[in-house]
Ligand binder design. Structure first.
Ligand code: HEM
Length: 449
């Protein structure tokens, strides 16, 4: 028998499934004690966890062509995302990535900065001093509006709400399916399956409507959908309507939940760390003096960026990346057979004291220009790495910083008394009961000339 990596003790039948689903985050911290490569069991199915930057690099970068998106995620996500760039593999993925990537060039997304600030201001205008807010709902509404506008040029209101409703249903069902060892096949007419299919059909109808409107008008409205419709492969062919649909839904799905999540943790962490909050306020007052931030201001707001980065270290919205070996692979001194499922433990590595001393402490200074260089490569991976690194990375960082700079000049937030904040995996890394906060209006800063 070939040597096997060490494993945590598990149930004789379920393996580590119940530990994993009961408290995934605790599990991801716990497995690190067994080594940089750990074997565990999801019911009868073996899986592996990667717990070091070196092995992350090997899996995501050096040997990337031997690691595909895993079949479980693909089977569960495909009914919603189809063969979009997030779920597809091999040559098809390569071709799609090449077609979709230009939509995210800095020049193109720079134009969305104004939309982000505008919608943040609209949101703030709805609040009053002393309001108690479920801050994750507020941030989700905001990022949903931003992605609706930038993707479909959709106006806030009925259309966005319609999409939001369907996405919420889909995320709930997807989360449930991810937690089940044997999810009920979709052809079985359970109430959950029926709701799932209804939501997909409605979403398809909305996207088809947007595509039809675009084709009727035939102009580039500057939105991401225009880019998808105008993209041509090396032979000059456009994407089919089905492929445009898959990519649009992928961008919509990937493009709001994660960013809203990151912003929610930013507000929570600032409320718990008054010194960091004061430094942020100071930077914003000095650089912006009360006016709205613009894209060009971002290089002058380093602390704002450090806060966002450190929040995503402690609470990475995507707590792991999952792969499946498409051939026998060598990893961490072991041979893993073709078909092995491997989870890159982003959460565990980003809280490992070998790479981040005093790892549970919120300390944005870890990301100062000098200190950031000292972080080992591939120890900080909120956007993944290698050829499948997040396509919306620059978009998300721009949105998080602009929204933070806009709102933090007007409001600060205190955690509602007695409200428990319990991080947990609900598809992404969210707070179990939401994050309930009291909004305090800040004194208006005199606007600089
Ligand atoms: C804070 C916000 C975000 C975080 C933390 C995040 C995180 C990630 C991670 C970790 C991956 C890699 C998954 C893997 O390797 O298996 C990924 C992929 C992806 N993300 Fe993001 N993301 C964010 C925002 C966005 C936004 C705003 C968009 C688009 C508007 C987006 C679009 C995508 C796409 C299309 C992929 C798949 C890329 C591929 O496989 O080629 N993401 N994201």
């Amino acid at each position: 028998m070939t040597a096997q990596p060490r494993s945590p003790q598990g149930h004789f039948l379920l393996g580590n499934l119940s530990d994993f689903t009961r408290d995934t985050l605790a599990f991801l911290l716990d497995v690190r004690q067994y080594g940089d490569l750990v074997k565990w069991k999801f019911g009868p199915f073996p899986a592996y966890a990667v717990n070091s930057p070196a092995l992350m690099h090997q899996m995501l970068v050096a040997d990337a062509e031997h690691y595909d998106k895993d079949r479980t995620s693909r089977v569960i996500l495909n009914p919603v995302l189809g063969e979009g760039v997030f779920t597809s593999n091999g040559d098809f993925w390569k071709k799609q990535r090449k077609l979709v990537a230009p939509s995210f060039h800095t020049k193109r997304i720079g134009a969305y900065g104004e939309v982000m600030v505008d919608y943040a201001n609209r949101l703030v205008a709805k609040w009053e001093d002393g309001d108690t807010l479920i801050i994750d709902h507020e941030m989700t509404a905001l990022t949903m509006e931003v992605i609706s506008k930038t993707l479909f040029d959709a106006q806030v209101g009925a259309e966005t709400e319609e999409i939001s409703e369907q996405i919420t249903i889909l995320l709930e069902v997807l989360n449930h399916r991810f937690n089940s060892l044997f999810p009920t096949p979709l052809w079985v007419p359970t109430p959950e399956n029926r709701a799932f299919k209804r939501a997909i059909a409605k979403l398809d109808e909305i996207v088809a409507r947007f595509v039809a409107q675009w084709r009727a008008a035939g102009v580039d409205k500057g939105d991401l959908l225009s880019m998808l419709l105008q993209a041509r492969d090396d032979d000059g062919n456009p994407m089919s309507d089905k492929q445009v649909r898959d990519e649009a839904v992928t961008l919509f799905g990937a493009g709001h939940e994660t960013t809203s999540n990151a912003l929610t943790w930013v507000w929570y962490l600032l409320s718990q760390n008054p010194d960091a909050e004061a430094r942020l306020h100071d930077e914003l007052a000095r650089v912006l003096g009360g006016r709205n931030p613009r894209m060009e201001d971002l290089p002058n707001l380093p602390y704002t960026e450090m806060v966002v980065k450190e929040a995503m270290r402690l609470y990475p919205p995507a707590f792991a990346v999952v792969r499946e070996a498409n051939t026998d692979v060598e990893l961490g001194g072991y041979t893993l057979p073709k078909g092995s499922i491997i989870m890159g433990n982003i959460y565990g590595i980003q809280r490992d004291e070998r790479y981040f001393p005093n790892p549970d402490r919120f300390d944005p200074d870890r990301f100062s220009a000098d200190n950031e260089k000292l972080i080992p490569k591939y120890a900080y991976l909120p956007f993944g790495g290698g050829p499948r690194v997040c396509l919306g990375n620059a978009f998300a960082m721009m949105e998080a910083r602009l929204v933070l700079a806009t709102i933090a000049q007007k409001y600060s937030f205190a955690l509602a008394p007695g409200h428990p904040v319990i991080p947990q995996r609900v598809f992404t890394l969210r707070a179990k009961h939401g994050v309930k906060m009291v909004a305090h209006q800040r004194e208006a800063i005199p606007v600089l000339a």
